[in-house]
Design a protein around this ligand. Structure first.
Ligand SMILES: [Zn+2]
Length: 363
């Protein structure tokens, strides 16, 4: 299935959106642009090479009812790998998946610990469910457990109100975000609604997941402060179904979800136009299957983001945002090779010709 021979990738090596080379070598599992002297058993792969794709919002170790056994987590990671997603930002998981770090045949994971939600304000068994006075302590705990990120649930349905509503008072998120930053972790939050965004951004949050509630008022705030969004449009596509399911009990919530869904492309496009950093994430795990990274890139293009930038949002730009190398000299050889130029047509991302992880060529 795999080997560690010298590999030559030739054709078009997309080191960055503008930087293209004719070839790259893989020696000892690492990238080099120096042709190795006297190399034997050279295997050659031809095509358009990108750094391993990034799914910046998925969940490994999470299923519909909460944590899943390790063999299921392994399948989830392998499905991402087959899709060419070799760097995952795990946006919250109740399972301990640290063992994956010892497997050089599985994608690399940047973890956000376990979700932190308000009591009874999220999907059962997913999150730590806490009250505002305990938020700082839980943020500190998850900042220590994760890989530089902490994940909050910023808004969710309030059954009393019958609509989406912010989960935390302003002073609680201010203290929580300050504590995460003190511990060197960035903070992100799940937000569907409009009215949870301002407090979080003004409190110094680094990223918002979904961000369907962005408006003309909050887009400039995000742009000014460089707060990134991960729209997860393949997940937002399920809003009409969710809305139909909740129609009878929560008609206001249901109508709200439909409105957010209807304007989703405009929301993403106006954020992008204003200069808000946008990244590719699928929200796989929980309910959605893994391996949808190419579909999410196609969705961003549908929303109006230029193809080259949508590709970057799943590769070069996303890697640098997460502090991980791309096709740099000496970096682990994590790359994907395609039959044509993904900047011309992102549809090719759905059919990798070869996936190379830590220098291993995977069938
Ligand atoms: Zn998620």
């Amino acid at each position: 299935m795999s080997d560690h021979a010298v590999l030559r990738v030739k054709g078009r090596v997309l080191v960055g959106p503008e930087e293209v080379r004719d070839e790259v070598w893989v020696v000892g599992g690492r990238i080099t642009y120096d042709r190795p002297a006297g190399a034997r058993d050279v295997r050659t792969v031809e095509g358009w090479a990108l750094p391993g794709l990034v799914d910046a919002h998925c969940h490994v170790g999470l299923g519909e009812r909460g944590a899943v056994p390790d063999d299921v987590s392994e399948k989830q990671a392998l499905t991402e790998r087959e899709a060419g997603a070799l760097l995952l930002r795990d946006a919250g998981s109740p399972a301990d998946t640290r063992w994956i770090d010892d497997r050089d045949d599985l994608p690399k994971i940047v973890r956000a610990g376990r979700h932190i939600a308000r009591t009874r304000r999220y999907i059962r068994n997913f999150a730590w469910e806490v009250e505002p006075e305990d938020l700082v302590a839980y943020v500190a705990q998850e900042a220590r457990r994760g890989d530089g990120w902490v994940k909050l649930v910023g808004d969710w349905i309030d059954r009393g109100e019958g609509d989406l509503a912010p989960c935390w008072p302003r002073d609680a998120v201010e203290a929580a975000i300050a504590e995460a930053h003190r511990l060197g972790a960035r903070v992100t939050a799940h937000c569907f609604a409009e009215n949870s965004l301002r407090d979080l951004v003004e409190a110094g949050i680094d990223c918002i997941e979904h961000a369907t509630g962005l408006t003309e008022e909050t887009v400039p705030l995000f742009a000014e402060r460089g707060v990134a969004i991960v729209p997860t449009l393949v997940n937002i596509a399920t809003f009409p179904k969710l809305a139909a399911g909740g129609e009878e009990k929560f008609p206001r919530w249901s109508a709200h979800m439909r409105r957010l869904h209807e304007r989703r492309y405009d929301t993403v496009r106006s954020a992008w136009d204003a200069g808000v950093p946008v990244f590719v994430g699928t929200d796989a795990g929980g309910t959605l299957p893994h391996g949808l990274v190419a579909e999410e890139v196609a969705e961003l293009v549908r929303a109006g983001i230029p193809a080259v930038d949508a590709v970057g949002a799943a590769s070069w730009t996303a890697r640098s945002w997460l502090g991980r190398p791309g096709l740099d000299e000496g970096a682990p050889a994590d790359l994907v090779v395609y039959g044509s130029d993904p900047r011309e047509d992102v549809a090719v991302l759905a059919a990798p010709r070869r996936v190379v992880l830590n220098g291993h060529i995977l069938a």
